[in-house]
Design a protein around this ligand. Structure first.
Ligand SMILES: [Zn+2]
Ligand SMILES: [Zn+2]
Length: 352
């Protein structure tokens, strides 16, 4: 059988620039060998909010309209190949990563560090790579993982951020019996603490300036939570050369990043996940005198499959993190809501 390229007309959430987003007509091109997925649910990430608020996310600047969204799930709608692993109607989680599989990083199994990663919903390269907030998307079969119909798409929409969290846990190394601190209890911080517990951490403490985020951290399984402006709590955890074996920094705030060294016990590990404002003051001498390892964690590799399994099995329940749901034609309101940290954790777009 031969398969040819075809076009499907639908609507998608295009960001045009700062403050300019519309749910508008889009022609999806389904190439030979690709799978057409009817999107059911998507989660809004910080980078989606940044494209809408500033026309850029970090170093990635919008040069032309782009479909946002890299956290999404759907159902197989058409298989434009003779790949027999997928049948029409099968629910699938879509991995937004499209690594080149040719660069030195890819060839050594570090596809998350690929030199020319085409990540869906990212303006890193020009032309940009469209994301998944579209009624239909065309993806490669290797991006799709089937999941059980018993599990809600709202749960599975957390696969991508949970992959980021599991990768951070893997970067930290063995966590069994370890005392762990997570700084910053947004969706990623909360998923890290849940993943750290799954990985065997004995104590998982979370800190956040916001009371609402601290409550969410408790719901997600934190042993204790504290406010980083509470001096008695901070000194309790910083006394005796630091209480924690592993500290995950997920806030990106300069003061929080600098505080990690004092929280960390000699020989401990600090994992940086929060994107900080670059140049900052860092307590080098106490870091080296305690032989602390400072590691970066970026995106994920094989953790995507682990994440899908954990969500399917209910090992991590992300539902307390869902703070609002919108339909795709309300995408502007959804992004404004998601950008308000006082009220929002994970905002979902429901395509069904
Ligand atoms: Zn994300
Ligand atoms: Zn590569």
């Amino acid at each position: 059988m031969s398969f040819s390229e075809k076009e499907i007309t639908c609507n998608a959430c295009f960001v045009h620039g700062e403050g300019d987003i519309h749910f508008e007509p889009h022609q999806v091109k389904l190439a030979e060998g690709e799978i057409l997925v009817k999107v059911t649910c998507g989660g809004i990430c910080g980078s989606d909010v940044h494209y809408y608020q500033h026309g850029r996310a970090g170093m990635s600047v919008l040069h032309h309209p782009m479909i946002i969204g890299h956290e999404f799930v759907g159902k197989v709608c058409e298989v434009n190949s003779d790949d027999e692993r997928f049948c029409v109607g099968q629910p699938v989680v879509v991995n937004p990563s499209r690594p080149c599989n040719e660069c030195p990083e890819c060839l050594t199994g570090h596809q998350n560090l690929c030199q020319s990663m085409r990540f869906m919903g990212s303006a890193q390269f020009n032309p940009h790579v469209n994301g998944g907030f579209s009624e239909y998307v065309a993806v490669k079969p290797e991006q799709c993982l089937p999941y059980s119909e018993q599990v809600s798409p709202k749960v599975m929409a957390f696969s991508e951020p949970l992959s980021v969290a599991i990768h951070a846990v893997n970067v930290a190394g063995q966590l069994t019996g370890k005392k762990v601190l997570v700084i910053g209890a947004g969706p990623i911080g909360c998923l890290i603490l849940a993943a750290a517990k799954c990985a065997g951490a004995s104590i998982v403490v979370a800190s956040d300036l916001s009371q609402r985020c601290r409550e969410l951290a408790s719901q997600m399984g934190a042993s204790t939570v504290f406010d980083p402006t509470d001096d008695s709590q901070v000194s309790y955890y910083q006394n005796n050369r630091g209480y924690f074996d592993v500290v995950f920094e997920a806030s990106g705030a300069s003061a929080a990043i600098a505080s990690t060294v004092d929280f960390t016990h000699p020989n401990g590990v600090i994992v940086q996940i929060g994107m900080g404002a670059s140049p900052m003051t860092w307590p080098v001498s106490s870091m080296l005198a305690k032989e602390i390892s400072f590691k970066g964690s970026f995106r994920f590799v094989h953790e995507f499959a682990t994440s899908v399994q954990w969500l399917e099995q209910g090992r991590v329940d992300p539902t307390p993190l869902i703070s609002a749901e919108f339909s795709p034609d309300q995408v502007q309101e959804a992004l404004i809501t998601a950008g308000n940290k006082e009220i929002s954790s994970k905002v979902l777009i429901n395509f069904e």
